[in-house]
Design a protein around this ligand. Sequence first.
Ligand code: ADP
Ligand code: MG
Length: 615
Amino acid sequence: MERKQFKTEVSQLLHLIIHSLYSNREIFLRELISNASDALDKLKYQLLTSGNEIEGGLKIELGFTEGDKRTLTISDNGIGMSHDDLNEDLGTIARSGTRKFLENLTEEQKKDSNLIGQFGVGFYSVFMVASKVEVVTRKYGEDQAWKWASDGVEKYTIEEAERPEQGTTITIYLNEDGSQFANRWDLERLVKKYSNHVAYPIFLSYDQNTYNDKYEVTGKEHKREQINSASALWTRSKSELTDKDYNEFYKSSTGDSDDPLFYVHTKAEGANEYTTLFFVPAQAPFDMYHADYKPGVKLYVKRVFITDDDKELLPTYLRFVRGIIDSEDLPLNVSREILQQNRVMSNIRTPSVKKLLSEFKKIAESNPELYKKFIDNYNRPLKEGLYSDFANKSELAELVRFKSTSVEGYTSLAQYKERMGSDQKSIYYLTGSTENTLRNSPLLGKYKQKGIEVLLMDDDIDDLVMTSLGQYQDVPLKAVNKSDSADELSSDEEKKEAPDLVARFKQALGDLVKDVKVSNRLTDASAAVVADADEMSIQMQQIMRMMDHTKEAPQIKPILEINIDDPVVKKIQNSEDQSFVTDACRVLLDQALLAEGLMPSDPADFSRRLHNLLA
Ligand code: ADP
Ligand code: MG
């Protein structure tokens, strides 16, 4: 028997694992099964090239013993290891991704057991649950088998052994922490959780009591059953799958009782090899607007489940998408930080986003009814994308939909542009709190009169989105509730001035307003409030104030536009009664705020002045 010392790096790793992964012990099984699966892959490849076959097929077997000396065995009939392989692979970590992983961990990260546990550390994780481990293995094509054994402290031994066929059997002598795993239910649960889609069947053997008709135990019966599904739906080709297959898979993996709206299944080959299968749920996830929403995409590496808790797999605005990403190139033991900077990961993410957006577009063009359902649920997240995903801005601008003064239901920016008159220079929109207030806004007067379409935006983020978008295909986007947007509505001759009247209003309103202007666009109303061209809309300012309770609320100072053809305004112009003028000016300002769904700054003052006027 040879006795050997682990390389120092292995000792360090063992120490790290045992002390930091405490709460994540169960991942040891995932690691061992994934190694078995790799070994089966390697043999399968050799068989392909040689044309040989393995009797009984390639498989993984799990077994356990209960009682005082609890053990667990994991066995595969894969490629196996030679004497040298054992020294190389289990005596050093030179060959595995584990070393890189270790080198990249900061001291802080080493303390974060979740971080390490999520991505795994390979074979050595077995020492979290083992007081001793034996590996009996025989390499395919060799006659001699070998037994490797270690208690995971400093040394391991290698000696000759017997094994009837190629493959590896790992026997774990469970320590106190590991003894809980020596039962059928935990093993089944762990296999289903992490290894359900591993390509080879995983069989679990166990003894079951037999009973007589008085329910007395009469003996034990040996059972063996397959406990994983052994097929990852996403690895099958699209042509052999039906809508029903996809929908069933979606429902069983998400727990949703409805079919998804649609799915997108992509296999990428080339520099990076991966498969993605994405679903869009029929109903927006209930936590879509919670800061601590649960991400819907699971990451697999070669069919082995890695995480369902990584919010970086897709951009935040696509958080309603469900499904899987399965990479052939990522190492199992990649940390979350490394994953984020990983070139492989971004080579999956970027095209996945493009693919999803182009699929949305296809549906918009080919199936308006389906697209409407999609928009009913996901218009707002797409708008978030418009200001957060710079690279896909123009694609997203084609996908979002708005209400409008000219059409029923939703319209796209493209459709608006098509309807634009030849002399119209801008796309107009009005933001506000409800569709009803928007439709009745006095600011729309002139637009209605001239038959100019205005998009009506009642989402609280519309203001931000439209400002950051700025233009659509070279056509500027203009907010109707900003002071500059009316300029194009009237020719210079039509523009009116009334300096004395404006001065009167300014005096009455003082610093309640930023400015007073003669309006070129009001038809029925006496006055309206707007914001300066370079400022946030007044609606947006009010939302910001409501959201940010902590900050001293900035005074909302609107610009008041007055309609000099309006009888009330004329009355103000001609009145000698100073208190009437002040009351009327103040009431007109507050009225204008109310018409936009905004609160007057002092409601009691408003009702007192209104009362004066009525009296
Ligand atoms: P990794 O899987 O990232 O390479 P591990 O620590 O999990 O790292 O495993 C180390 C190495 O041990 C593997 O690369 C493989 O060569 C060898 N090995 C482990 N388990 C088996 C097995 N069941 N059959 C054959 N080789 C194995
Ligand atoms: Mg491994």
